[in-house]
Design a binder for this molecule. Structure first.
Ligand SMILES: [Zn+2]
Length: 108
């Protein structure tokens, strides 16, 4: 029931984190082309994730559907923006699961 809301919030969180990262790391106004691509990619992955599953086994889902280069990028974003977001966005723990390999079994 809450999965749609969860995913919507997750999208916002990711978008914000990428924005924060780009602003600090790439020194651009708005998002640079790379970060736009990453944001779009992350969003499309989230869409695919809920379409395929009704249960939030998201760590599992992301690990399988993020292509390696995108995973590296999003990992950098998480590393940078994560600590600044963690307090306000507890859902971030999901992303930590995603970036930490082979921990998905815990929520199975
Ligand atoms: Zn950027």
């Amino acid at each position: 029931m809450g999965i749609i809301v969860t995913i919507a919030r997750e999208k916002k969180t990711v978008a914000f984190m990428i924005k924060l990262y780009c602003k600090n790391k790439h020194q651009k106004r708005g998002l640079c082309a790379d970060c736009v691509q990453l944001a779009n990619y992350a969003e499309s992955r989230l869409d695919k994730c809920i379409l395929g599953r009704n249960k939030p086994k998201c760590a599992d889902c992301h690990i399988h559907c993020y292509a390696a280069p995108m995973r590296d990028k999003i990992r950098d974003v998480m590393r940078f923006s994560g600590p600044r977001m963690a307090i306000r966005h507890p859902l971030l723990s999901m992303w930590h699961l995603m970036t930490a390999p082979v921990r998905q079994k815990r929520i199975a």
